[in-house]
Design a protein around this ligand. Structure first.
Ligand SMILES: [Mn+2]
Length: 321
């Protein structure tokens, strides 16, 4: 962290970015980081590959996130948050010339440490938790808004304090954040109780695809392009669907296969595990990565073929143990 602080102090103008298909932690850690840099008189831009999902439009300062890659920006350092590889920031990578300093702040175990400065803490619950530590180390006071952002980053990345990445430190930080006047019940409602009728209809279609592998230890679901056109639902609203598959008793790995909306021969694959199974290893074997209990990869091929390949690979990996 000291290296990060030194790099921040040395530079004046910053570009902030995070991984494609943004969710709670990536959005909130970027917005909180921006507030921290502004508080110490830095110039800051946030540029992302994708527009934030509609259900996060309530986040304070969200309009600062631009997806305009053509706009000329003057910056001398880039802060990349919650992003294990440079590839995962998408087209934003093209804006960062070789002369720019790259500061990588991440909690993914699979981080490729692509920065000039890398602060990777796989024990941190979220990138938001790391930004919190920066606020404290740099003596920048939190506000109700920045406390809310960091709280939501932690809330969403820990599955509401349910996952193994939740530690006593996570709870201590959450406790401190609540002291800025946050009401946990209201925050939870604003994050989780924003589904539309369409989203629930999509959930119904997705759950009807549920299958279990031969071993009885892998449960999987699929989202097809047809389901999205039929319901008119937004793919971003499927966050959390995979947990229904994982919640089945006896299941060790849950997989969600999503047909890519732009490229018809591409499938986005998400993995969630329990009972100590390492899905980062499985995702890595397919060129992806993430965390021990939550990871993902992107595969070329038709949905049925990709499904068969992935499920066979997981079943094989169980046999090797
Ligand atoms: Mn994260």
């Amino acid at each position: 962290m000291q290296e990060v602080i030194a790099a921040i102090k040395k530079h004046k103008k910053f570009l902030i970015s995070a991984h494609v298909n943004p969710e709670g932690d990536s959005l909130c850690s970027q917005l909180a980081m921006k507030e921290m840099l502004k508080a110490i008189d830095k110039e800051v831009y946030i540029v992302n590959n994708d527009t934030p999902p509609d259900h996060y439009k309530f986040l304070p300062g969200i309009s600062a996130i631009s997806t305009d890659l053509t706009k000329k920006m003057d910056f001398d350092a880039a802060v990349i948050l919650d992003c294990p590889t440079m590839k995962r920031i998408g087209a934003v990578a093209g804006l960062i010339g070789k002369d720019k300093m790259i500061i990588n702040i991440d909690h993914h175990i699979s981080s490729e440490k692509y920065g000039d400065v890398n602060w990777v803490d796989a024990n941190a619950s979220s990138a938001g938790e790391m930004v919190y530590k920066l606020f404290k180390a740099m003596d920048v006071p939190l506000t109700k808004e920045t406390a809310l952002l960091i709280y939501i980053a932690i809330l969403t990345d820990t599955g509401s304090f349910n996952y193994e990445n939740t530690s006593s430190i996570t709870h201590e930080i959450a406790g401190d954040l609540l002291g800025y006047g946050l009401e946990p019940g209201l925050v939870s409602e604003s994050v989780y109780e924003r589904r539309t009728l369409t989203d629930i209809k999509l959930l119904g279609l997705v759950l009807s695809t549920l299958k279990v592998s031969k071993s009885g230890e892998v449960a999987y679901l699929e989202i097809t392009k047809k389901m999205l056109t039929e319901t008119g639902a937004d793919i971003n609203k499927s966050e959390g669907f995979i947990n229904y598959a994982r919640s089945i008793d006896g299941i060790k790995v849950a997989v969600l296969f999503k047909e890519d909306s732009k490229n018809h021969n591409r499938v986005n694959v998400s993995f969630r595990s329990k009972a100590g199974v390492d899905v980062n290893k499985i995702a890595s074997s397919f060129g992806g990565g993430g965390h021990v209990k939550a990871s993902g990869c992107v595969l070329e091929g038709a949905l049925a073929d990709v499904e068969a390949r992935v499920i066979t690979e997981i079943e094989e990996s169980f046999k090797k143990k």
